[in-house]
Design a protein around this ligand. Structure first.
Ligand code: AHR
Length: 662
C-alpha cells in the first residue's frame, strides 16, 4: 500500500517501446542536485588471486608438465614422490634404469633431478613404433594439444656417459600416436638448457609428453617444461590465454597476490617468501602448497607484476606479517592455535625483505633490487602503491609486535606506500576488534576485512559501512563471497556492491574470493571461475564482478536513483567516471517481482540518449558449469535514456546502464 502511494506521487508510468523505459512527467520531479556527490575510490573493484584449487600450477600458469623439477614429495601428499606424474618407459624391448639423484643439482634450491641410463635401445623387427628408454608425463590430467599450434619444450640435461645421447621429444595421444616430434642431442658434461619447438600435426585434449633416449648412454634431466607458444600477450613463462583474458575483460583495478592463507603459510617454513619466486625458474624455491599440493613458483612475483601491468591493474602484494597461519598444522580443528612467529632476532632481516620488495618493484635500475627487476626484463618501475602486511592473522601479542615493526619500517622508508593491515577472518569478533584497535593506535591507512557468509547476510548488512568513520583507517574488503555460485548469490553480492560504491569514500578496495577453481582439483567450493584444461565456466558471481569493475566510477551521486527504501530487496547506485564522463547506474532487484526505480539525470548538462544496458537475470538457482557455461550470462542492449525515466527492474536482476555525458 505504502509503495503504491509512493509510486503515485512519483510518476505516472507511460509505456513507450518496451516495458523498461517510462518517461517521467517532468513537473513531478525536481532537477537532481549534482553537488550531492562525493569522490570515491577509483580502485574499488579488483581481484584476489591465490594458488588454491590449482589456480596457478595446472591453471593460469601455462606450464603443461606436472612435477617438472622432480620436487614432488610425500610431505605434500603422502602418495607423492619425486617421480609422481612421470612414467618410466622402455618401448620396443629397450632397457635401462632410472634414479632420482640429489648430489649435483642445477641449483641447491631445486635439489632433485633424474638420471636415465639407456643401456639398450631395442631394434626388434616385429616392433612398430619408437624404441628407447625414457619418461612420459601427462601434465595436469592431460596436455591439450591443438592442431597446427606450436609447443615450446625446454629441459636441463647433462651428459654422464662417454657418448652424447640423442633424445626424441614428442607429444603423443593415448594410443601412442605422435602428434608432434623433435629431437635434441645431449652433449654437454655440465647442466645445460636444451630447447626445441614442436608443431602439432593433429590435436588431442589429453596428450602426453614423451622423452626417449634413442641412442644408448647415461644422462641427467631436470626442469622439463612445455609451454604452448600462445600464452597471454605471448609472454615467455606465461599465462593461459583464455583464463588471463577473462580477468583482463573484467578491467580490475588491482590484483592481490599470492593469497590468502598461501601468503602466511602452514608453519614458518611454508610462508610465501617473495624473493624465492623471482629470477630463473630453475633457481626458484618450490614448496608445499598450503592447500595440499605443490607450488613451483613459476608464476611468481615477476610474472604477477607483469600480468598486472599487462591488464592495467595495480599490484597489491600481501606479505606475511612474520607469523604463520593460525591454522598451521590443521589446528583449525582445535581453535586455530598454530600461529608461529619469526624469532625476534631474525626480524630485522625479515623487515628488510619487505622493504626490498618495494625497491624491487619501484627502485631505480641502479639499486640492488631494482637491478634484479631490470635483469629479469623490466627496467621500468612497476609503480607499486599498495602493500598488505598479514592475512587474516590471529591478533596475538607476537603478531602485534611484528606487525608494528614491519609497519613502522615501511612507513618510514616508503611513506608513498599505502600499507594494509589485517583484522581477522570474520566480519566481527575478537580478531576483528583487536585488529581494528591496533590499526587505530598505529594509524594504519587501511585494513583488510574478510567474510564468507550467506546471501541473506549480504542483503541484510548493506548499511555496514555507512557508519564507519571517514577520516581514519580505511577498508579493503579483501575476501568476500556469499556461499554459492547460483544467480541469487551473485545478485545478493551485487546489492552489497552498490553499498560498497555508496561507501567508496571509506571502502577503498574490494575483491571477491577465491578466483579460480579447476574442475576435480578444488579445495574451496564457492569460486569465481571454474575451468578444466579446455573449457572455462565463469559463474554468475564473475559476471557481477565484471559488470561492476568494468563500469566503475570515481564520483558517487546519492540522489540520481530513487526507489522504495522500505523494500529491502532493492539496491542501487550511480557513479561517474571522471575520465570518460560516463555516468553508470547499477540497479539491483533481489526480489521475486519486478520493481520500478526512478532515475533523474537532469543535473547533468548533456546526456547521450543511446546508452548501453547490461542485464543479468534468471532463476534463483540458475548456475553455470563446464557443460552449460552460458546458462546465466549478461545481455547487452542499447537503452534509450532520457534525463528522467523510470526503470522496471526484472525479478532477481542486476542492470548496469552506462550513459555518455560527453
Ligand atoms: O579464499 C580462500 C581462503 O579463505 C583464503 O586463503 C583465506 O585467507 C580465507 O580464509
Amino acid at each position: 500500500m505504502v509503495s503504491l502511494m509512493k509510486m503515485k506521487l512519483f510518476f505516472i508510468p507511460v509505456l513507450i517501446s518496451c516495458f523498461i523505459i517510462t518517461p517521467v512527467q517532468s513537473q513531478t520531479i525536481k532537477s537532481v542536485d549534482l553537488k550531492n556527490s562525493k569522490k570515491i575510490s577509483p580502485d574499488l573493484f579488483g581481484l584476489f588471486f591465490e594458488d588454491i584449487n590449482y589456480a596457478a600450477d595446472g591453471g593460469l600458469y601455462a606450464e603443461q608438465i606436472q612435477n617438472r623439477s622432480f620436487e614432488y614429495s610425500p610431505s605434500e601428499k603422502k602418495e607423492w614422490n619425486p617421480l609422481s606424474y612421470w612414467e618410466y618407459i622402455t618401448p620396443g624391448y629397450s632397457y635401462g634404469s632410472i634414479s632420482v639423484e640429489t648430489t649435483a643439482p642445477i641449483n641447491g634450491n631445486n635439489p632433485h633431478y633424474i638420471v636415465l641410463n639407456a643401456e639398450h635401445i631395442g631394434k626388434e623387427e616385429k616392433y612398430v613404433g619408437q624404441s628407447g628408454v625414457g619418461i612420459k608425463n601427462a601434465g595436469f590430467a592431460g596436455i591439450v594439444v591443438r592442431a597446427g599450434e606450436q609447443y615450446n619444450f625446454s629441459g636441463f640435461a647433462k651428459q654422464l656417459s662417454v657418448n652424447p645421447v640423442t633424445l626424441t621429444v614428442s607429444l603423443q595421444n593415448t594410443k601412442g600416436e605422435i602428434l608432434a616430434e623433435s629431437s635434441i642431442s645431449i652433449a654437454s658434461n655440465n647442466w645445460k638448457k636444451y630447447t626445441t619447438s614442436l608443431t602439432a600435426k593433429a590435436g588431442f585434449d589429453t596428450a602426453a609428453l614423451v622423452i626417449l633416449a634413442t641412442t644408448p648412454g647415461k644422462f641427467a634431466l631436470d626442469v622439463i617444461s612445455l609451454f604452448p607458444e600462445k600464452t597471454f600477450k605471448n609472454r615467455v613463462n606465461g599465462l593461459r590465454p583464455d583464463l588471463a583474458q577473462l580477468l583482463a575483460d573484467m578491467k580490475p583495478k588491482f590484483i592481490r597476490f599470492p593469497g590468502g592463507c598461501l601468503a602466511h603459510g602452514d608453519g614458518l617454513g611454508n610462508m610465501y617468501r617473495w624473493k624465492n619466486t623471482i629470477g630463473p625458474v630453475e633457481e626458484r624455491v618450490e614448496q608445499r602448497n598450503i592447500w595440499g599440493y605443490h607450488q613451483t613458483a613459476g608464476l611468481g612475483y615477476y610474472e604477477y607484476f607483469q600480468f598486472c601491468e599487462d591488464i592495467g591493474a595495480k599490484p597489491l602484494p600481501v606479505l606475511p606479517a612474520a607469523v604463520s597461519c593460525q591454522n598451521s598444522g590443521g589446528t583449525w580443528r582445535v581453535g586455530g592455535t598454530g600461529q608461529k612467529a619469526i624469532p625476534m632476532n631474525e626480524m630485522r632481516e625479515y623487515t628488510q625483505e619487505v622493504l626490498d620488495l618495494v625497491e624491487w618493484a619501484n627502485g631505480p635500475v641502479t639499486s640492488v633490487w631494482g637491478a634484479k627487476r631490470a635483469a629479469a626484463g623490466h627496467p621500468a618501475p612497476f609503480n607499486l602503491q599498495y602493500v598488505g602486511i598479514g592475512n587474516e592473522d590471529k591478533i596475538t601479542p607476537e603478531f602485534e609486535e611484528r606487525f608494528k615493526m614491519i609497519y613502522n619500517a615501511v612507513k618510514e622508508k616508503h611513506p608513498e606506500i599505502t600499507i594494509i593491515g589485517t583484522v581477522g577472518p570474520s566480519p566481527k569478533g575478537d580478531d576483528f576488534e583487536k585488529g581494528w584497535k591496533l590499526a587505530g593506535n598505529l594509524k594504519v591507512p587501511m585494513v583488510d576485512e574478510h567474510y564468507y557468509t550467506s546471501p541473506e547476510w549480504f542483503m541484510g548488512n548493506q548499511t555496514r559501512y555507512d557508519s564507519y568513520k571517514r577520516n581514519e583507517t580505511q577498508v579493503y574488503l579483501g575476501e568476500y563471497a556469499s556461499w554459492g555460485n547460483k544467480l541469487r548469490n551473485a545478485i545478493a553480492e551485487a546489492a552489497y556492491m552498490t553499498a560498497l560504491e555508496r561507501n567508496g569514500d571509506v571502502v577503498r578496495l574490494s575483491s571477491y574470493a577465491p578466483l579460480f577453481a579447476k574442475n576435480n582439483f578444488t579445495q574451496w567450493k564457492t569460486d569465481m571461475i571454474f575451468f578444466d584444461n579446455v573449457k572455462v565456466s565463469p559463474t554468475p558471481n564473475y559476471y557481477v564482478q565484471k559488470m561492476f569493475a568494468s563500469n566503475s566510477g570515481d564520483i558517487y551521486f546519492s540522489n540520481v536513483v530513487s526507489k522504495d527504501n522500505a523494500d529491502t530487496a532493492l539496491a542501487a547506485s550511480c557513479v561517474q567516471d571522471s575520465k570518460t564522463g560516463d555516468v553508470v547506474l547499477k540497479l539491483v532487484n533481489f526480489g521475486k517481482e519486478s520493481k520500478t526505480m526512478k532515475i533523474n539525470l537532469s543535473g547533468f548538462k548533456k546526456i547521450n540518449g543511446e546508452a548501453e544496458q547490461i542485464t543479468l537475470t534468471g532463476s534463483p538457482d540458475a548456475e553455470n558449469n563446464l557443460v552449460n557455461s552460458n546458462n546465466v550470462v549478461p545481455v547487452t542492449a542499447v537503452f534509450k535514456a532520457g534525463k528522467q525515466f523510470n526503470y522496471q527492474c526484472s525479478p532477481l536482476s542486476l542492470t548496469v546502464i552506462r550513459i555518455k555525458t560527453k
